[in-house]
Design a protein around this ligand. Structure first.
Ligand code: CP
Ligand code: NVA
Length: 304
C-alpha cells in the first residue's frame, strides 16, 4: 500500500511500510542536507506551530526543517493566541485554514484536542507531543537505532522509568518495526495499560518491574524524565523511580555495544547519571539531530 496518510497523530494507524517510507526519506534528506543538495519539496508552504507546552528540540527542528524544505513556519504560543483565552480548537482550526496554512504542528495536553484539530482543520496535523504520545520522537529514535545497528528487526530496547508519552510511542513504533520492547517501571508508574495492549497487538512488547530481565541482551537503553510537562512533583514518585535510574551499575550489566538514548531534556542525577548520558555509549545528540531529518520526511510526505 502506498503512503496514504493525511495526519500524524499517534502512529497507531501507520503500517510498518509507512514508517519505513518516512525513515527512508529521512535518510535521503539527511544526505542531501549534508552534501548541500537542494531539496525544496515544500517550496512556498507554511507550517503553523502551536505550542501549549515548552520546547527546544521540537520547535527548532520543525522551524529549521520546513525552511530547508523551502517553506516557512509560524510560531504560535498558545499563551499568545486566543486559544489560551478559551477560543475553541475547532474555531482556531477553521480560521487557520482560511489563511492558507498548509499544515499544523501542535504540542498540547489532550490527545483529543489534536484529533479534533485534524477533524476540522482540513489540513495535515502533526502531533508534536501530547500527554499520551510523542510520535515524532519515536521516529527519530528508530532512525538513530537504525543508523547504529544497520537494522531494527530483532533489536531489543529496554525503557527504564516512568511509563509516559515517550514510552507509549516507542512501544508502538518499536512493535511495528520488529523490535523487542521491554518497559521496566515500578508498580504504579507503568505505561497506560490500554495503550500497552494496543502496542502488544503489533509486536513484542512487555512490561516488567525487574531490571535484570529488561537489561538481558538489550541493545538500547532508554529513559525519560520522572515528571513530564504538566505532571505534579511528588516525593513518592521520585522514591519509586530512583532504583530505575540509568547509571553505570545498570550500564555495566549491558553489552559494551549497547547504546543509551534519551529524548531530552534530561535531569542528570535523576533518571540518568552524568557519566551515562555524557559517556561513550550515549547517542542522545544524534537522536536530537534526527528529529530534524525524520520530521522533514514527515512534513514532505504529509504536506506536499
Ligand atoms: N524531545 C523533545 O521533544 O524535546 P523538546 O521538549 O525540547 O521539544
Ligand atoms: N515525557 C516528557 C518528554 C519531553 C520531550 C514530557 O512530556 O515532558
Amino acid at each position: 500500500m502506498p503512503f496514504n496518510h493525511k495526519h500524524l497523530l499517534n502512529l497507531l494507524d501507520y503500517s510498518k511500510d509507512d514508517i519505513y517510507e518516512i525513515l527512508n526519506l529521512a535518510v535521503t534528506l539527511k544526505k542531501k542536507q549534508f552534501t548541500g543538495k537542494k531539496h525544496e519539496l515544500l517550496a512556498g508552504k507554511t507550517l503553523a506551530m502551536i505550542f501549549a507546552k515548552s520546547s527546544t528540540r521540537t520547535r527548532v527542528s520543525f522551524e529549521q526543517g520546513i525552511k530547508q524544505l523551502g517553506g516557512s513556519a509560524l510560531f504560535l504560543s498558545s499563551n499568545d493566541i486566543q486559544l489560551g483565552r478559551g477560543e475553541t480548537i475547532h474555531d482556531t482550526a477553521k480560521t487557520l485554514a482560511r489563511y492558507g496554512i498548509d499544515g499544523i504542528m501542535i504540542r498540547t495536553f489532550k490527545q483529543s484536542d489534536i484529533e479534533e484539530l485534524a477533524e476540522y482543520g482540513g489540513m495535515p496535523v502533526i502531533n508534536g507531543l501530547t500527554d499520551d504520545y510523542h510520535p515524532c520522537q519515536a521516529l527519530a529514535d528508530m532512525l538513530t537505532i537504525y543508523e547504529n545497528f544497520g537494522k531494527l528487526d530483532g533489536i531489543k530496547l529496554a525503557y527504564f522509568g516512568d511509563g509516559n508519552n515517550v514510552t507509549h510511542s516507542l512501544m508502538i513504533a518499536g512493535a511495528k518495526l520488529g523490535l523487542e520492547v521491554v518497559v521496566c517501571s515500578p508498580n504504579g508508574y507503568e505505561p497506560n495499560p490500554e495503550i500497552t495492549k494496543k502496542a502488544q497487538k503489533f509486536g513484542n512488547v512487555t512490561v516488567t518491574t525487574d531490571i535484570d530481565t529488561a537489561i538481558k541482551n538489550c541493545d538500547v537503553l532508554y529513559t525519560d524524565v520522572f515528571f513530564s510537562m504538566g505532571q505534579e512533583q511528588s516525593a513518592a514518585k521520585v522514591k519509586a523511580l530512583m532504583p530505575y535510574q540509568v547509571n553505570s551499575a545498570i550500564m555495566a550489566k549491558a553489552s559494551k555495544k549497547a547504546i543509551f538514548l534519551h529524548c531530552l531534556p534530561a535531569h542528570r542525577g535523576e533518571e540518568v547519571t552524568a557519566e551515562v548520558i555524557d559517556g561513550t555509549q550515549s547517542r542522545v545528540f544524534d537522536q536530537a539531530e534526527n528529529r530534524l531529518h525524520a520530521q522533514k520526511a514527515v512534513m514532505a510526505l504529509l504536506m506536499k
